[in-house]
Design a protein around this ligand. Structure first.
Ligand code: PRP
Length: 212
């Protein structure tokens, strides 16, 4: 049986921290991880093949079984609701989902507009608040929306808070804390349980040794 583990890694803000975590867990990842445009990196010595994916797509690859394992933000998992198991909170890339907008800007009384990359999370949040809103799905630079009159509020990730401050926006409500999680395809978990459990135990050793 092919013993190779395929791991989908999110490119972008989570990537560096995820690579660092894997290295601390004793996986010998070559220097090309730090500066490469390749989308598939095979590390033969570790019997691991890495897929470098858009963060929003990681859980899709894992659900479809083209990756056994993935590292995905809780934001993506909440938004996508994919059929995957969440095995471990890696406690990296901590941030949170929040409602933000221009200071002192009242919400439009009739179906205020909410711009977001997270339409499902945003819709669920405002439904729970009993507020009827119109969701406008964008793919990035969400902070633009209130500045140019596209939306009354945004639902987006806040990490350092710099993007809000530099664009003159304020946070109105905090929705949910977010960290990155280790996810697994349910069938892979059954078939490659030994390898996956070893990965989980090595990673959780690092996570807890860092006091998280
Ligand atoms: C995210 C998020 C905010 C920003 C928050 O965007 O959507 O725009 O980071 O980070 P901060 O609080 O540290 O300023 P990202 O950089 O992922 O790009 P995007 O605009 O394409 O979503």
């Amino acid at each position: 049986m092919d013993n190779t583990l395929t791991i989908a890694m999110p490119k972008g803000r989570i990537f560096e921290e995820a690579v660092e975590l894997l290295r601390k867990a004793g996986y010998n990842l070559p220097p090309e991880f730090d500066d490469s445009r390749r989308l598939i990196i095979d590390v033969d010595a570790e019997e691991i093949s890495f897929i470098l994916a858009k963060p929003m797509d990681v859980a899709t690859y894992v659900e479809h079984g083209v990756a056994d394992i993935g590292i995905a933000g809780k934001d993506v998992l909440l938004e996508e609701e994919r059929d995957v198991y969440e095995l471990l909170d890696l406690h990296i890339s901590a941030c949170y989902l929040a409602v933000a907008g221009l200071p002192n800007a009242k919400m439009n009384d009739v179906a205020p507009k909410i711009a977001t990359k997270y339409p499902n999370v945003a819709a669920a949040y405002f439904r729970e608040q009993g507020e009827q809103v119109e969701i406008i799905k964008l793919n990035g630079s969400i902070e633009l929306a209130p500045l140019i009159g596209l939306a009354d509020r945004i639902v987006d990730i806040v990490s350092t808070g710099r993007t809000l401050v530099e664009n003159g926006l304020v946070e109105y409500e905090r929705i949910k804390d977010v960290t990155s999680r280790l996810i697994v395809n349910p069938v892979s978990y059954r078939i490659k349980d030994k390898r996956i459990n070893e990965l989980v135990s090595r990673l959780s050793g690092v996570v807890s040794s860092e006091g998280k």
